[in-house]
Structure formats: structure tokens, C-alpha cells
Design a protein around this ligand. Structure first.
Ligand SMILES: Cc1cc2nc3c(=O)[nH]c(=O)nc-3n(C[C@H](O)[C@H](O)[C@H](O)COP(=O)(O)OP(=O)(O)OC[C@H]3O[C@@H](n4cnc5c(N)ncnc54)[C@H](O)[C@@H]3O)c2cc1C
Length: 287
């Protein structure tokens, strides 16, 4: 297990911002992960599980407990017939490539989401009409120190929501059921979705993807654009002019800039349209 102290979270978040984690652990197996969590509980140490940090805004004050990163060291992907089992640290892009190489369709939607399997099951990540909940058949978790399997129903999936957000659980892997298709068609679909991402999203800047959840009946990006906020800046943080749903780290922003920008956007959209925007990005630490 890799153990680091005073580790800058800016190195582990796609926003490229955030203060230091007092302790940062990278377990290399599920047993080491269980051990790390057991030790934190024993020491009454607060801990935070992260994957690829692509949906996190970590305070400039940092995190005073232990961050446990589930990396691709716990990222084995196994194919069995039309089912793929991926450990939590596997990247979604790697699972999508494995599916394609095995002529399995249904995971194309996730190929451009820069997160881990654990982060995606936690968030019920989705894109272009696909969602984790539509393909998953089982999620394995550590709960109260023990490994347990949850059915999709037990995961209580909803829009950007799963039961793991409410309970103290750690996802160790998930199984997905896909269907046979011609690999060329799968490749074409993945290429097309990727093209749409590159065309519409400000991928050239650090961000955490869509900053806000989709409010019922609206699109966050459209509300923000119609509020005249395209290009709105606080310090180095900016509402992307390419896609107003993205807050980007435009010019050496820190997490305070991003947080203040999010707060301003929420307030202005509420004033103009009476719609409450809720961040999709997870706020970690004190703001
Ligand atoms: C350019 C860009 C585009 C994006 N596009 C999309 C998109 O199209 N659709 C979409 O849904 N999201 C999108 N995202 C957001 C993000 O990639 C997803 O939410 C992703 O699923 C997060 O995975 P992660 O591994 O990075 O999780 P992290 O950001 O590391 O963590 C997110 C949350 O999950 C929890 N968590 C992570 N791993 C585990 C685990 N193993 N067990 C328990 N809890 C865990 C963390 O505690 C945290 O609360 C995008 C982000 C970027 C930067």
C-alpha cells in the first residue's frame, strides 16, 4: 500500500485544485483496501474514498483525514460471455474498450466519462441516453468491514444517485450485462459520441464535467447561458463559453474561485428564473 502525507489534492482532481490531504493511501488490493478502512475506523480517523477525482471540488483548506484512492491497481476487468466484471478502480474508458474488443454493446455511452467504475456506480453516471443503472447487474461493496453484493434494486439508482451516497459503503466492483454486436458498429458509436464531446465540451480546460445536476424540466447549461453568464469569471474560474454547464479552471483557479463562481451562478439563476441549481460536483472539506 502506498502511503503519502500532506498530498496535494490538486494532483488527484480533474479540476486541478484543492489543498492537501493529511494522509493519502493507495491500496493495491481489495484486502489492503479493507485493511485501510479497518485501521481508519479503529483510529476514529475520518476517511474519504475517491476514484479518479473527476467529480470532486476539494477545499483549499484540504482534507484533515485520510483519503483512500481506489486506483487502477484495483482495476481488473474480466469478461465472461455477455457479462463484464470490473473492479472499482478500472476506468470506464478501459471497460468500454474491453466491451468493444469482445463485441459487446451497451457500454459505449460511458467511454468518454473520465471516471472510475466505483465513482460511476456511486454517481449512477450517465451520458447520451445511457446510465450505469441500465446495464449493471450487481455491485459489490464493503459495508461494516464485510464484502456484500447488492442488486440494482438494492442500489436505489436514480438520476445521479445511488444508495452508496447515503450509507457508509465502499464499492469494490460491478458486473454489467451487455449484448453481442458487431465490433465495427460499437467502434463507430464510440467514435461518434467522442466527436460530440470534443465538439460540445471544453475538454481543453480542467473541469469536473457538468457542474450542476439537470433541474427537472430544464437544462442547467441553458439556464446559465440565458442568465448571461457565459464567460462569467471569478478569479481563474470561468463559466465555459463553449458549454455553460461546465465551470472550468480557466487560468490557475483555486477551489475558492470555483466555489464562489458556483455560488454566484446559483444565486443569479435563482433570481432570473426561480430555479434552484444543485451541484453535481461533490464538495469535500470546508468552504
Ligand atoms: C470532462 C468531464 C466530462 C464528464 N462527463 C460526464 C458525463 O457525461 N456523465 C457523468 O455522469 N459524469 C461525467 N463527468 C463526471 C465524472 O467523470 C463522473 O461522475 C464519474 O463517474 C466520477 O468518477 P470518479 O472515479 O472520478 O469519482 P470521484 O470524482 O473520485 O468521486 C466521486 C464520488 O464518488 C465517491 N466514490 C468514488 N469511488 C468510490 C468507491 N469505489 N466507493 C464508494 N464511493 C466512491 C467519492 O467519495 C465521491 O463522492 C465528467 C467529468 C469530466 C471532468
Amino acid at each position: 500500500m502506498i502511503e503519502l502525507f500532506d498530498e496535494p489534492m490538486s494532483k488527484h482532481t480533474t479540476f486541478r485544485t484543492g489543498g492537501n490531504a493529511r494522509r493519502f493511501l493507495i491500496p493495491e488490493s481489495i484486502n489492503e483496501l479493507k485493511e485501510a478502512v479497518r485501521k481508519c475506523c479503529e483510529d476514529k480517523e475520518e476517511y474519504l474514498i475517491i476514484g479518479n477525482g473527476s467529480n470532486l471540488l476539494v477545499s483549499e483548506k484540504g482534507y484533515s483525514g485520510t483519503v483512500i484512492q481506489i486506483s487502477d491497481k484495483i482495476g481488473k476487468i474480466t469478461v465472461s460471455g455477455e457479462e463484464i466484471y470490473a473492479e472499482a478502480g478500472a476506468m470506464l474508458s478501459a471497460v468500454a474498450r474491453t466491451a468493444r474488443d469482445n463485441g459487446l454493446s451497451g457500454f459505449e455511452f460511458a467511454s468518454g466519462i473520465p471516471g472510475s467504475v466505483g465513482g460511476a456506480a456511486f454517481m449512477n453516471a450517465g451520458a447520451y441516453g445511457g446510465e450505469i443503472k441500465n446495464v449493471v447487474t450487481r455491485v459489490d461493496v464493503i459495508v461494516d468491514g464485510e464484502l456484500k453484493s447488492l442488486s440494482p434494486e438494492e442500489m436505489h439508482f436514480d438520476y445521479r444517485h445511488s444508495i452508496v451516497m447515503e450509507k457508509n459503503m465502499i464499492i469494490t466492483g460491478m458486473a454489467v450485462k451487455l449484448e453481442k454486436k458487431n465490433p465495427e458498429e460499437i467502434t463507430a458509436a464510440m467514435t461518434e459520441l467522442n466527436r460530440r464531446r470534443v465538439e460540445k465540451q471544453p475538454l481543453e480546460y480542467p473541469s469536473a464535467g457538468s457542474t450542476f445536476k439537470r433541474p427537472t424540466g430544464y437544462f442547467a447549461g441553458k439556464l446559465i447561458e440565458d442568465s448571461g453568464l457565459a464567460g462569467y469569471r471569478v478569479g481563474g474560474a470561468m463559466v465555459s463559453t463553449k458549454h455553460c454547464g461546465f465551470v472550468i479552471n480557466y487560468d490557475n483557479a483555486n477551489s475558492d474561485d470555483i466555489y464562489r463562481l458556483i455560488t454566484d451562478v446559483k444565486r443569479i439563476v435563482m433570481e432570473k428564473f426561480g430555479v434552484e441549481l444543485e451541484p453535481e460536483v461533490r464538495l469535500i472539506g470546508e468552504f
